[in-house]
Design a protein around this ligand. Structure first.
Ligand code: ADP
Ligand code: MG
Length: 600
């Protein structure tokens, strides 16, 4: 078949431009991206071959080979994984199919530094090759297709690419980078090994490089040892050796893993370039056996609020990669958690559908959820804002959470909360079983704190004598909450009110009626009953006022009959003449506004 020239999808062209312009300062990452693609391709082959062993052809040992040619100035990353058909090459290397891409594109600011960070989170993938190459040739053949159905894909990373059919004996993919002049440092075994060690050590299949040996130069005058030699050089030996440890990090004992290795592994699986806040690495034994290595990132990803956002958990079964984004393993309100779960109980050919139904999976999910909550409780405990030892009773011990010393945990909970607190609140509605543990992890601003650092426990500890409820108000902004007329009587009496300004607060609080036996009460709902906080004189005055204003109230009620359900005398105002409230069982004004915004 003849060569055809095709255009990149517009988003790809845009991404390419961005990648080459924003990431030149960190070119090494192309190695990570291309090796991770090679490794993914091998994982895919292994998975497909579970049903169809013939796909292995005569090469059952999956591997990645990295080689370079100094004269041609090319660097090649080759794998014997699943490969691509011509159609797949066109689709996978010419378009971006990932959900969230549009969202991503929409967030680009034009500011290189910021955009580079975003790209880091997004994972630039294959196109990162163009940071160092002015031309990339990909040669591939999909496992199972005949040798005559290989494909060559070539592009200079501008507007278009060429594809043609080629003869290719070996299955899998070779990515050949024609290096730019300023990227010649990658034509060096030492450099490549160090980058591979940094980014790809955890890859669980061997990454091979050809061994080099020092060879002395030729004698200048043959036969005359004393006459000197031409300069020597490293020459290739034809023998290949693994340059990575090829051990899945999570399978190694904790004591053999350094903090830096944990952090590097996180960066490798998350595309994040910052260190994680904390992590937990455990082998769980019992009815269901599995290993978990779970990380809490320091920064929220740009698409945290995307409802289709994939969970960050990779599922392995006995070290064989099964799938990314295993959403069945982590509830949606913990979708920011990244990591690996390796189970020895699930069948290798487990499908997403099966995952949903498996009892083992349910046990793993419960165990992992608890583990994440423990990590958070541990951070909260060491946060200096926190009241000490708000230790979760009934919670499992949190002592074996692996992390640096306690000192290093200071301030981390506030950092976590600022990034992910709002997501965590979704758990109140989603995870009935852990509601109480979650409630303890929540923090709010209040009339005594502008920052979201007040826990329900803090609040309770400061409640006034005779106060019977935890009071809160919801509003769009902190300023609106603080200046609400509904707070007047609380201010006057010096009663703290929690100020809730997250969009999810209203919804989430529907699921939390009390904390530790003390009811939660919105100051904007119904008639505020201050109970014992009101003295006899005040009560009497209120009753008298209600009586005295009866005729006026009747008139107002009549005048507003289509607009207001009731008009009554209130004790919640001090300076303002009137305010709107909702019925006890009514939808709050805030929720009503939210639903209206959402078009309901
Ligand atoms: P991602 O890996 O996140 O899907 P990439 O840009 O890295 O995104 O790769 C795009 C797609 O190209 C991959 O999903 C895969 O289908 C295909 N691909 C890339 N490299 C290889 C390879 N070495 N073998 C087979 N397919 C590949
Ligand atoms: Mg990739």
């Amino acid at each position: 078949m003849s060569k055809q020239t095709l255009s990149f999808q517009a988003e790809v062209a845009q991404l390419l431009h961005l990648v080459t312009h924003s990431l030149y300062s960190n070119p090494d990452i192309f190695v990570r991206e291309l090796i991770s693609n090679a490794s993914d391709a091998c994982d895919k082959l292994r998975f497909e071959a579970l049903d169809k062993p013939a796909l292995y052809e005569d090469a059952p040992n999956l591997e990645v080979r990295v080689s370079f040619d100094k004269d041609a100035k090319t660097l090649t990353i080759a794998d014997n994984g699943i490969g691509m058909s011509e159609q797949e090459a066109i689709e996978h290397l010419g378009t971006i199919a990932k959900s969230g891409t549009k969202d991503f594109m929409g967030r680009l600011t034009g500011d290189q530094k910021q955009d580079a960070q975003l790209i880091g989170q997004f994972g630039v993938g294959f196109y990162s090759g163009f940071i160092v190459a002015d031309k990339i040739t990909v040669e591939s053949r999909r496992a199972g297709l005949p040798a005559s159905e290989g494909v060559r894909w070539v592009s200079t990373g501008t507007g278009d690419f060429q594809v043609e059919q080629i003869e290719r004996a070996q299955r899998g993919t070779s990515v050949i980078l024609h290096l730019k002049d300023d990227a010649e440092e990658y034509l060096n075994a030492w450099k490549l090994k160090s980058v591979i060690a940094k980014y790809s050590d955890h890859i669980s299949l061997p990454i091979l490089m050809e061994k080099e040996e020092w060879k002395d130069g030729e004698l200048i005058t043959p036969g005359d040892e004393a006459g000197g030699r031409q300069p020597g050089a490293m020459v290739k030996t034809g023998e290949w050796e693994a340059v990575n440890k090829a051990s899945a990090l999570w399978t190694r004992p904790k004591k053999d893993i350094t903090t830096e290795q944990y952090q590097d592994f996180y960066k490798a699986i998350s595309h994040d370039h910052e260190n994680p806040l904390t992590w937990a690495h455990n082998r769980v034994e019992g009815n269901t056996e599995y290993t978990q290595l779970l990380y809490i990132p320091a920064k929220a990803p740009f698409d945290l609020w995307n409802r289709d956002k994939k969970a960050g958990i990779k599922l392995y079964v006995k070290r064989v990669f099964i799938m990314d984004d295993a959403e069945a393993l982590m509830p949606s309100y913990l979708r920011f958690v990244k990591g690996v779960i390796d189970s020895s109980d699930l069948p290798l050919n487990v499908s997403r559908e099966l995952l949903q139904e498996s009892r083992d999976v349910r046990a793993i999910r419960e165990g992992s959820t608890k583990r994440v909550l423990s990590m958070l409780e541990d951070l909260a405990k060491h946060d200096k804002h926190d009241v000490p030892a708000a230790a979760a009773d009934g919670a499992e011990a949190v002592t074996d959470v692996v992390d640096a010393d306690d000192k290093a945990k200071e301030g981390k909970y506030s950092q976590f909360y600022a990034e992910f607190g709002a997501v965590l609140k979704e758990g109140l509605g989603e995870d009935f079983g852990n509601r109480e543990r979650l409630a303890k992890l929540l923090r709010f601003a209040s009339t005594s704190s502008d920052t979201a650092t007040v826990s329900f426990a803090d609040y309770k500890a400061r409640m006034k004598e005779g106060q019977e409820a935890i009071y809160y108000i919801t509003a769009d902004t902190l300023a609106a909450a603080k200046n609400s007329p509904q707070l007047e009587v609380f201010k006057k009496k010096g009663i703290e009110v929690l100020l809730m300004t997250d969009r999810v607060d209203e919804w989430a609080l529907n699921y939390l009626h009390d904390f530790d036996g003390t009811p939660l009460q919105s100051v904007a709902k119904g008639a505020v009953d201050l109970g014992k906080l009101q003295d006899e004189a005040e009560k009497k005055a209120a009753e008298e006022a209600a009586e005295a204003f009866k005729p006026l109230l009747a008139k107002l009620k009549d005048a507003l009959k289509d607009k207001a359900e009731d008009v009554r005398v209130t004790s919640r105002l001090v300076d303002s003449p009137a305010c709107l409230v909702v019925q006890d069982d009514g939808m709050s004004t805030q929720l009503a506004r939210m639903l209206k915004q959402a078009g309901q």
